[in-house]
Design a protein around this ligand. Sequence first.
Ligand SMILES: CC(C)(COP(=O)(O)OP(=O)(O)OC[C@H]1O[C@@H](n2cnc3c(N)ncnc32)[C@H](O)[C@@H]1OP(=O)(O)O)[C@@H](O)C(=O)NCCC(=O)NCCS
Length: 284
Amino acid sequence: MSYVIRDLSTYADMLAVHELQRNIWGQNDPMFALYPPLMNTAAKNGGVVLGAFDKRSDQLVGFLFSFLGREGKGPFKLCSQIVGVLPKWRGKGIAEALKRVQREEAIIQELPLITWTFDPLEGPNAHLNIHKLRAVSRTYWCNVYGSNFGKLNAGLPTDRLVAEWWINGKHLFSAAANIDNAAPIFETTGKSNQKRIVKIHVELTVDTLLLEGVADIQALKAADPSLAMDWRLKVRLAFETYFNSGYVAVDFISRVDPESGVRTNRYVLRKLTPVLARQIGMIS
Ligand SMILES: CC(C)(COP(=O)(O)OP(=O)(O)OC[C@H]1O[C@@H](n2cnc3c(N)ncnc32)[C@H](O)[C@@H]1OP(=O)(O)O)[C@@H](O)C(=O)NCCC(=O)NCCS
């Protein structure tokens, strides 16, 4: 299963993206779908719209849509609205490849930053964004789209982390975070889909913290919706607490136990010092 990434620029391309997005998100309400003329205009005005195509059939199997933006007096940047890959094409590095081409195109436009949001409980997204791409996050938004937002989001408030990808920062090329002296924010009990948080430490002050997420939020929602909600609310509290005290999420560690096959997902948070901000590329 090999693929090729191409820039999308025609209206026919945007209609194909619209269709693919509806397939991936399962949203039948047209209100939720991307509006093809808007994507078309964005693509012609500094936005980056990319497609991943099956090399054999030339079918569109993944896409990315971003537009030019600016927050207050911050730098001009790419706002990445959405990235999606058909289920049977996932785990093959397609989303990563789309993001890397997006970065190259932002560099050509001399933009220092790409931002987007993602659900902090979605392991594949966090692993891709915070570990593989080395984006960071210091902002948490609660229930951005309400709780009736397509089947992937069903059942939980649509909380989002804001990913900041400072594309010229040294952090992008640095080694994985050292977690030898890191303090876990949660104490948990149980395993797999029965794992629950029994205590939250909200007054830690050490340099590096570990914030555990769930292994597979879609499976947990199906197995135990109230436990999924418990994770949502406690993960929200932990992020809000530590972002307010000046921490930033700099890495995400996902480990699968070779014997049990059980996955553990943890964010690594570090105190945001001027040295770290410079290394990330937030300040020069
Ligand atoms: C998020 C999404 C775009 C990722 O696409 P993808 O092509 O599978 O991504 P990649 O293969 O580049 O990277 C995913 C990584 O997550 C890992 N992963 C898979 N399941 C995981 C889990 N439960 N927990 C942690 N990491 C996981 C994969 O192994 C892979 O890492 P690796 O390359 O080190 O093995 C895709 O899952 C998707 O379309 N999801 C639905 C739509 C969505 O949520 N879009 C993002 C918000 S707009």
